[in-house]
Write a protein that binds this ligand. Structure first.
Ligand code: SF4
Length: 239
């Protein structure tokens, strides 16, 4: 089987527990203007499953020692569901911990096959405002919530990830909305402050980067936002 991916990154931390290798699948149904992986919109390559597994198994000793594993990310891996499931099966067959990093913005994923193969879901909550999600990212918030509710019903292990994007979701009203949405779920949260590390990729790809002039949040601003989450009783994820 050929996999449509744009990167395999070794020795990642923060994409799940321990030391991990992250596989980035191409294509995404969303178009977040701050996206730091614009390659997923255009410039993907294919690699055989054998080649990908060879790379992933290369680091098995590090996964075992650090209680790490493999994270499948993107783009949006659920937009390439069959390939994603096939890769999860292969990784699991070697006894390796699996994490799936997803926007959950894909209708009706095949959770009956995904759930038994996925140890941890890393799920994005970008906003609690359906209109903003549709207008800015091009997705349906209800799809995300339907999927998250299903995972919750099934007792999946989930970490919610909130990208902090100046001008989109860091004003008081947006944060209050996100916090009250997240409080309905039993999951810990990781905040992902906006950065411009993807700007060089936009240049290389000849694409316009809408956030080229947006300043990252200061450490103080990030800490203030973290405090709001903590004050609401929301746990910080340990990864
Ligand atoms: S969901 Fe992630 S990969 Fe897709 S456009 Fe948004 S930031 Fe980029």
């Amino acid at each position: 089987m050929e996999l449509n991916i744009f990167n395999i990154q070794h020795f990642c931390s923060g994409d799940g527990p321990g030391i991990r290798t992250t596989v980035f699948f191409g294509s995404c149904p969303l178009r977040c203007p701050w996206c730091h992986n614009p390659e997923c919109f255009s410039n993907t390559r294919t690699l055989s499953m054998e080649k990908v597994m060879e790379e992933l198994l290369h680091d098995k000793e590090f996964y075992d020692r650090s209680k790490g594993g493999v994270t499948i990310s993107g783009g949006e891996p659920l937009a390439r569901q069959e390939a994603c499931i096939a890769l999860l099966e292969q990784v699991r067959a070697h006894g390796i911990h699996t994490a799936l990093d997803t926007s959950l913005a894909v209708k009706d994923p095949d959770f009956s096959r995904l759930l038994p193969l996925t140890d941890l879901f890393l799920a994005d909550i970008k906003t609690a405002d359906p209109e903003a999600f549709c207008a800015v990212c091009g997705g349906e918030l209800q799809t995300v919530l339907d999927n998250l509710n299903f995972l919750t019903e099934k007792g999946a292990d989930v970490v919610l990830r909130v990208p902090l994007i100046p001008g989109f979701n860091t004003d008081d009203a947006s944060l209050e909305g996100i916090i009250s949405l997240i409080r309905q779920y039993p999951y810990p949260v990781t905040l992902l402050p906006f950065h411009r590390m993807g700007s060089g990729k936009y240049k290389e790809l000849g694409m316009k980067y809408a956030y080229a002039d947006t300043a990252p949040l200061s450490a103080r601003e990030v800490e203030q936002i973290s405090q709001c989450f903590r004050a609401a009783g929301i746990r910080e994820a340990a990864i």
